[in-house]
Design a protein around this ligand. Structure first.
Ligand SMILES: NC(=O)c1ccc[n+]([C@@H]2O[C@H](COP(=O)([O-])OP(=O)(O)OC[C@H]3O[C@@H](n4cnc5c(N)ncnc54)[C@H](OP(=O)(O)O)[C@@H]3O)[C@@H](O)[C@H]2O)c1
Length: 263
């Protein structure tokens, strides 16, 4: 068995996060899950043999608090897995005025990376292959003025992925690494909604593999070496053009740093 790592998985109470956390425990790692609902979080933590940090990545205030709770519970983090995310069906603004998915999927990992970077060795970002269909408009996307029930999710994952080379560069000298992974298309609660689209999605999801399918490729990355890489399940692949726009990436980075008051 390899080194036992201290691993933190956000959104570890269900879906892919839970499957990855459980697999990490099976591999001998010391796992802490972050979940926003204490009851569901403690049940999941108990069942998989992980520790629980209760924290909500919905807005600046609660994400700062979550970072503090993580730091207090796991003072030295070997791997932080950013997994928590949502696929919104309608435009909802959080208390800061950000479109909810833009905040949770993109700004929350950005903030946690900054707040926890001194105690981190590695980050694994759970991404999504759909990023290729995203289109970030820095003037409109943060507040969801370009909201679309399918595209917005892809756009938030693209925004998040655009940060990958910049974090890799920022941390290179310190030896902190970051890789991103598309976990596969899997049957989870992601994007569940009512109406006709919800029904279609429900039927389509029946044909998809269960979340556990994501566990080995993501868990393999916990102890991997390398940085700035993107994986489709277990295969390293080059990022496609939408994620290679360095000017857009820098603009998004600066906007996020200013909005979140981090340097
Ligand atoms: N499923 C797929 O086919 C697929 C494909 C590509 C990429 N992904 C990625 O895989 C990751 C996990 O998705 P999933 O499919 O497992 O989705 P899921 O079943 O909907 O789980 C999402 C997780 O994120 C948590 N979460 C959402 N908002 C949060 C918040 N404000 N604070 C804290 N936790 C929050 C949820 O907590 P609650 O239980 O409290 O809501 C839940 O634990 C996401 O990054 C997603 O983009 C999934």
């Amino acid at each position: 068995m390899g080194e036992s790592l201290r691993v933190v998985v956000t959104g570890g109470n269900r879906g892919i996060g839970r499957a990855v956390a459980a697999e990490a425990v099976r591999r001998g790692h010391r796992v802490t899950i972050l979940a926003r609902r204490p009851d569901e979080g403690s049940a999941a933590a108990r069942e998989i043999g992980a520790r629980l940090v209760v924290g909500d990545l919905s807005c600046v205030r609660t994400a700062w608090h979550a970072a503090g709770e993580i730091a207090a519970t796991v003072p030295a983090i070997d791997v932080l897995v950013h997994n928590a995310a949502l696929w919104p069906s309608r435009r909802v603004l959080n208390e800061d005025g950000f479109e909810q998915a833009f905040f949770t999927n993109h700004l929350a990992p950005f903030l946690l990376n900054h707040l926890l970077e001194d105690r981190l060795r590695r980050v694994v970002q759970v991404s999504a292959g759909l990023y290729v269909t995203g289109k970030v408009d820095p003037a409109r996307t943060p507040t969801g003025e370009d909201f679309h029930p399918v595209k917005t999710y892809a756009t938030t994952k693209l925004a998040n992925l655009l940060m990958l080379p910049l974090f890799a560069e920022r941390w290179r000298e310190a030896g902190v690494t970051i890789d991103a992974v598309h976990p596969g298309v899997l049957r989870t609660g992601l994007g569940d909604r009512g109406g006709a689209l919800g029904l279609v999605l429900k039927l389509v999801k029946r044909t998809w593999k269960p979340a556990e399918h994501a566990a080995p490729p993501v868990a393999d990355l916990l102890a991997a070496r390398g940085t700035g890489r993107y994986f489709e399940e277990s295969e390293q692949v080059p990022l496609r053009p939408p994620a290679l726009d360095a000017t857009l990436a820098r603009r998004l980075w600066n906007d996020a740093a200013q909005a979140l008051d981090v340097a």
